[in-house]
Design a protein around this ligand. Structure first.
Ligand code: FE2
Length: 200
């Protein structure tokens, strides 16, 4: 299916800009550029993972601090809210060092990727939401990835120091790079994009 709904188009346009921010590592901007290049071609197999999880109920509270802002973050928040009925939801239940109850305290929303609002398999574009005081488990995955942080929060890579890149900053993960994220006193939101086709 090659029709792309306006809500998806709007989010992709805003996210593309955010992933080119100077605050991102150069390699993060580069992997994102390749993701958005692929996203120029709509592709949707119609699969939808619409099952919701407890942390989905925190979406409004998480977006509230910036949803009315006249910024790219505000525009992205409004686009995410508009897409809520079409998102593909998932959560991780494996990995080590996650905080107690982290499974209920986080959720991932897929916008472009398997089961998302545009279900496809060559890229992933979505976000992670965590309740306050949540530590996501250490994990790694073959695809290369970039994150952009929308709220206070911190990342850790390769067992190193926790680092808060600041709102609009982010991290880049090379293939199979172990990483984790954690929230502080407020809900956490970060968007991510991955190149998911092997050999690319
Ligand atoms: Fe990741």
């Amino acid at each position: 299916m090659n029709h792309r709904p306006e809500n998806v188009t709007a989010f992709i346009a805003i996210a593309e800009k955010l992933f080119q921010a100077e605050k991102l590592p150069e390699a993060g901007r580069q992997v994102a550029a390749r993701v958005f290049e692929r996203l120029r071609t709509p592709s949707d197999d119609g699969a939808r993972h619409r099952t919701r999880y407890p942390a989905c109920e925190w979406l409004d509270a998480t977006l509230a601090p910036f949803i009315d802002d006249d910024t790219s973050f505000g525009a992205a928040a409004r686009a995410i809210k508009a897409l809520e009925p079409d998102l593909g939801w998932s959560r991780r239940s494996s990995g080590v060092n996650g905080s107690d109850g982290y499974i209920e305290a986080h959720v991932h929303g897929m916008i472009c990727g398997p089961g998302g609002a545009e279900s496809r398999y060559d890229v992933q574009l979505g976000f992670s939401l965590m309740l306050p005081h949540t530590r996501y488990p250490d994990h790694s995955h073959p695809p290369e990835e970039a994150y952009v942080l929308f709220t206070p929060g911190a990342f850790r890579q390769n067992g190193g120091e926790w680092r808060d890149p600041g709102i609009g900053g982010g991290i880049h993960n090379v293939r199979n790079n172990p990483h984790a994220m954690r929230s502080g006193d407020v809900p956490f939101l970060a968007i991510w994009c991955l190149l998911t086709r092997e050999g690319d």
